[in-house]
Design a protein around this ligand. Structure first.
Ligand code: CP
Length: 344
């Protein structure tokens, strides 16, 4: 177990009363190593050192939310708006739990029930929220670049919680944390990402992050769902699922995103499962200690068989649990950088 920050006192309700950093990690306001960028919009906003800082901070954050330390006052007095214009279960709830564990004032805005339903633009919505002086905005949106637009209009820090087919940086960070926990490292591992590559923001963020940490990345899917620039990203592309699975340390399945498909990319879901679906039989080609990942939500019986999703190699629910710790780490490190800028 990680050491608790020296001098921390815990009242009966489990709230830590120290300066608010995670146990075992020095408060970022005292370090020169906070995040450089104002916002987290893409994995390319982060240096490799910053990626590792987030993963180490997330490890320490896992103790927050347990019976011994229910919450820390890191973001006390700060307002975080969760602006989710697209459906989400894992990302939205884990950000909200993370914010509450860091004692932030949080509020949730969804497209339904907001003035977006009356035709208000994203820019106007962001300008109006900014007028109420939030400290951070967590944004999910169906359009690529939505976070960049919001960040340009806002003094508030913006965290991209998934923008169309572009990126989902906190998902890639929680995936890397899960891999590192299970394998002890990321460098040198063969990570095969299989599924709907074309429509996947999870793929784009994972490729940037896994390559930065030295993994060998193989991407596999039907030719119709392949990205054209895989080689430029340092990724080996194949349409052969057997080749992708062969010797893999990590297999990450991607959801077939039917809602983003206009036209026919494969004959039927049954046919997709027959050619690309992850089954126990296919898994036999992987390393014996392979782990199975999926960002969710899963299409059981399409990209993954239930016996694989629920089997002994699956770390899918560990990914979800790590989502809270990673999002606490990102919120904490961005908030620390803000305090550095203010000189407090
Ligand atoms: N992985 C992921 O982004 O899941 P949600 O869409 O449920 O947030």
């Amino acid at each position: 177990m990680l050491p608790v920050t020296e001098g921390a006192r815990r009242p009966a309700d489990g709230t830590s009363t120290d300066r608010g950093g995670p146990p075992g990690v020095r408060p970022v306001v005292d370090t020169p190593s906070g995040l450089r960028a104002k916002d987290l919009l893409s994995i390319s906003d982060l240096s490799t050192d910053e990626i590792l800082l987030i993963l180490d901070t997330a490890e320490a954050m896992k103790e927050v939310g347990t019976r011994t330390i229910k919450k820390v006052p890191t973001l006390r007095g700060q307002t975080v708006v969760n602006l989710f214009f697209e459906a989400s279960t894992r990302t939205r709830t884990s950000f909200e739990i993370a914010e509450k564990r860091l004692s932030a004032d949080t509020l949730n805005v969804a497209a339904t029930g907001s003035s977006v339903a009356k035709g208000e633009t994203l820019a106007d919505t962001v300008r109006n929220l900014e007028a109420m002086a939030p400290d951070m905005i967590v944004l999910r949106h169906a359009s690529a670049g939505a976070g960049h637009l919001a960040a340009r209009l806002c003094r508030a820090r913006v965290i991209n919680a998934g923008d169309g087919m572009h990126e989902h940086p906190t998902q890639a960070l929680l995936d890397a944390l899960t891999i590192r926990q299970r394998k002890g490292r990321v460098e040198g591992l063969k990570v095969s990402i299989i599924g709907d590559l074309l429509h996947s923001r999870v793929l784009r963020s994972n490729v940037l992050l896994l390559r930065a940490l030295g993994a060998e990345v193989c991407a596999c899917g039907p030719a119709t769902l392949m990205l054209p620039d895989m080689a430029r990203l340092g990724v080996r592309a194949t349409t052969s699922v057997d080749e992708a699975v062969e010797g893999a340390d990590v297999i990450m399945l991607l959801r077939i995103q039917l809602e983003r498909m206009r036209g026919y990319f494969f004959p039927s879901q049954r046919e997709y499962f027959r050619q690309f679906g992850m089954t126990m039989a296919r898994l036999r080609r992987a390393k014996p200690d392979v782990i199975i990942m999926h960002p969710g939500p899963m299409n059981r019986g399409v990209e993954i068989a239930s016996e694989v999703a629920d089997g002994p190699d699956s770390v899918i629910l560990a990914q979800v649990a790590n989502g809270v710790a990673v999002r606490m780490a990102v919120l904490y490190l961005l908030a620390g950088a803000r305090q550095e800028e203010r000189g407090s």
